[in-house]
Design a protein around this ligand. Sequence first.
Ligand code: FEO
Ligand code: CA
Ligand code: CA
Ligand code: CA
Length: 592
Amino acid sequence: QAPFAMKTPQLGFKPVPFGFDDKVVVPEGYRAEVLYAWGDPVGIAGNMPAFRSDASNTAAEQAVQAGMHHDGMHYYPLPLGATGSKHGLLAINHEYTDDGLLHVDGMKTWNADKVKKAQAAVGVSIIEVEATGKGWQVVRPSKYARRIHANTPIAIGGPARGHELMKTDADPQGVEILGTFQNCASGPTPWGTYLTCEENFDGVFINDSGNLTALEKRYGISNKDAGYKWAWEDFRFDLQLNPNEANRFGWVVEIDPFDPQAKPVKRTALGRIKHEGATTTIAANGHVVVYMGDDQRFEYIYKFVSKNKYDPKNRKANLQLLEEGTLYVARFDADGSGSWLPLVAGQNGLSADKGFATQGDVVIKARMAADIAGATKMDRPEWIAVNPRKAGEVYCTLTNNSERGKDGKPGADAANPRNNNLFGHIIRWQENAGDATSTGFKWDIFALAGRPDAAKQEHVGNIKGDAFGSPDGLKFDQQGVLWVQTDVSTSTVNMKEYQGMGNNQMVAVVPETGEFRRFLTGPHGCEITGLAFTPDNKTMFVNIQHPGEPDSERNDPAKPTAISSWPDGANAGRPRAATVVVRKLDGGVIGS
Ligand code: FEO
Ligand code: CA
Ligand code: CA
Ligand code: CA
């Protein structure tokens, strides 16, 4: 572990004010530089097309360039097993596309090539990065450079492999899926792999038959997609023609960034939900524990405990650890205690007559299993962070829930204490005996986000220090500082209850003090999401997602550029999501 992990960290930077400008702002003494923006070549030898600022790159070119809408991210020192901070790999999610920006004329016309380009612009980038005399640079070409997108072959692992509900005409055995998309947050494993998480997968499927199954309804499938129009040109996404295809998404996918030939695997033992992220820790007894949120209003928090134990000397065996184990879902009781409820076929009412004959049934229908188990409906679980300085202490952002307390919806409860929860909160639990594999825990609310000057008490919150709302990204750095990134939606950012709070932002907090300090604000229309640190904590990588996102017509190619021209400037074309490098000018530890 890092040498920092022993002592209480201190925040030494001067906070930045709310941000209203079309730029990234960091504290005095820090510098932020763009490293890898949508359309930049990933670095595959002989195939490094430059970004064309009028968005005229083809689908084939997009498939070897940075995707859109950077999200979860991790830094891996090179080579495998090293701990250095000057040379490594970044694995970066590309969550979804803004087709208004992705094509020369946006969505004004629609065709199969545009669908192919959109499918090539999502998924994951693996890039090689190096600190040089001129700052951090992407190494091109690189033998590690790789793009994984919506048509990359991915194996099915775990209990859903070969299940009837996973079989399609194209994959009659139910063993291989084309692609991953809606890759939101992510997490590393101690054996050097990357877990990318499929969140709002329902948004690309259509079932127009008028007969939605209970399973489809529970996962949000309907007769409309979220505006991506894939099903119009690629019938794989039309559920009348391919009824099981949607079951093949909503998983955690394990990628080995060190081996560009390694086929990624959907780790179905971890359940099928709208996976926000996957945060791994090794319990004292050696089992692997993965914490996961299902980001939708009134959904649940899950954890997976591996059957087998981690062996630091046996990577080959570790690569199979997520194949088998126990999936749990959380119940938060009003007395401050909580339980992890096992989701196991044959237990807790998960019987064959209810549709759970096998563990494959349970994981494919994980939300329905969790309903039966009696889990607590949360205010949109987003990222989860494990405190490196306190065994078994875990934090989860609950970003917001405007429907809490509305007619016909659940009202406030102990763990989700505010109706009309527009600002969100951060919940914290302590696993019993500090053991991450425990089935019981104690919990409290670490922070109710808000603003002290709010008109309504329910929006004031209780945070010390700098105001924020809609916490989403959440990660501990190497020293034990907890970083919080906000995702105030474009329909409310700096408007309504958020009026005067500016663009999305990132704050830092030391758990022992509970004082939040604003470190970074982003450009117009962006979300701040995705965060990584080098082992020496002297370089921070942070993602700026969807700069220039318009408040409504995301398909209007004219409008977004008027909102933001970050990072290339007014004459350069369109705004681009990007990975930014933040360093201290004196070379010191970030946050100090
Ligand atoms: Fe993709 Fe829940 O954020
Ligand atoms: Ca998120
Ligand atoms: Ca969010
Ligand atoms: Ca997002």
